[in-house]
Design a protein around this ligand. Structure first.
Ligand code: ATP
Ligand code: MG
Length: 361
């Protein structure tokens, strides 16, 4: 069980100094455009995962004209207090837990799991395969450290291979290419097998959540697509060597994998409506949330502006799913406090509403 009890935001984005107390496991945050709703979610995400969901440039997270920011989150994890302080100043980041500064910031990741869903995440459905691989990699890495190690090794080898292909010397480099190809086999096969296994487990969860949100709609067919499904990687590398030399890059491997969505035999992104796409996006992310809960018994769910483009029935279905868990805490933002209150109170009476006014100055 994980929940955030108090959040103190100093000089982070539009906040000068704000202190929020959270008393319930379901928290609605309402207020007009630009008041700082999304920024609160991002501050929570930061305390859990040591970075902003939106910007990898820390400078952009500091309130304009200030020198640094500080975030403090008082969490309760299985009845233990966990106070996280994140300080960024002089281009340096310092994260501490209960007063002890981490030597490696990455050691904090995994202790306080969090999943964010924002309108911009629709790119997961609409855009190229890279973004879906990143989603998949981030998720599997959170639960399998060996996967992350293989992935880093694979990516490094592909980089080496591509630079060799670019500076190709026909007399000297063939042997080196053989060596790299040989080294690629193990991490590539591990990544392929782990992705296949993980997707086999999570695709039914995605489909189940999807049918709960989009009740009555056709089931979305989700398939893992990889060149390694039909042929072994060694043969693939051999077959594509000439082409790779010509194009000066590696054209085969798990860095070409994708997750494909179909709706009644058509490609989902081409035929689905905006609301249908949004429902699938929620299904993907909520499956992630459920999966993490099942592995770690704790997760914070951050839902930013999720009601736009969803009809009332889907909003109610969504709320039933997100508010039913007892082990996580859910934060939901919306510009309309009545819509938010109505949506949450349709499933539970125990919730807190934070209405943002002119608090940020
Ligand atoms: N580094 C920064 N310094 C000062 N202000 C910032 C900084 N970064 C963002 N802002 C301001 O924060 C505000 C946006 O806050 P946020 O995105 O949390 O709003 P919101 O309440 O979610 O709005 P909406 O309803 O439109 O989604 C904007 O006015 C933006 O200019
Ligand atoms: Mg917002």
């Amino acid at each position: 069980m994980l929940s955030l009890k108090r959040l103190i935001i100093t000089q982070f984005k539009n906040y000068s100094y704000s202190d929020f107390e959270f008393s319930e496991n379901i928290v609605g945050i309402s207020g007009p455009n630009g008041i700082g709703k999304t920024n609160i979610l991002d501050a929570i995400y930061y305390c859990c995962l040591t970075k902003s969901y939106f910007s990898s440039t820390e400078q952009l997270n500091i309130k304009f004209n200030f020198e640094g920011f500080r975030l403090e989150g008082n969490f309760n994890l299985n009845n233990n207090d966990k106070t996280v302080v994140c300080i960024y100043r002089n281009q340096k980041k310092e994260i501490s837990l209960n007063g002890n500064i981490y030597e490696k910031v990455s050691s904090h990741i995994g202790l306080l799991p969090a999943v964010m869903i924002t309108p911009g995440d629709i790119s997961l459905i609409n855009e190229g395969s890279e973004i879906r691989r990143r989603f998949l990699d981030a998720l599997i890495s959170q639960i399998n450290k060996e996967y992350l190690i293989s992935l880093l090794k694979y990516n490094r080898l592909i980089q080496q291979r591509n630079s060799l292909l670019k500076s190709w010397n026909v007399n000297a480099d063939a042997e080196l290419l053989d060596v790299i190809d040989e080294q690629l086999l193990k991490p590539a096969e591990y990544i392929f097998n782990e992705r296949a296994l993980f997707l086999k487990n999570i695709i039914p969860i995605i489909q189940e959540v999807h049918s709960q949100i989009a009740s009555g709609e056709a089931i979305v067919d989700i398939r893992y697509s990889s060149q390694l499904s039909n042929e072994n990687f060694k043969d693939l590398l051999r077959q594509s060597r000439n082409k790779d030399l010509q194009l000066q890059r590696t054209t085969t491997g798990v860095h070409k994998d994708d997750l494909l969505f179909y709706l009644q035999e058509g490609t989902f992104k081409n035929i689905a409506s905006q609301g249908q796409k949004k429902s699938l996006l929620f299904a993907l992310k909520l499956a992630e949330y459920k999966y993490i809960l099942s592995q770690k018994d704790a997760c914070i769910l951050l839902l930013d502006d999720v009601f736009e483009k969803l009809d009332e029935q889907r909003i109610e279905n969504l709320m039933k799913i997100v508010c039913s868990g007892k082990k996580g805490q859910v934060f939901i933002t919306d510009t309309h406090s009545e819509r938010l209150t109505k949506a949450i109170s349709s499933v539970t009476k125990n919730f807190q509403l934070v209405e943002l006014g002119n608090i940020s100055e």
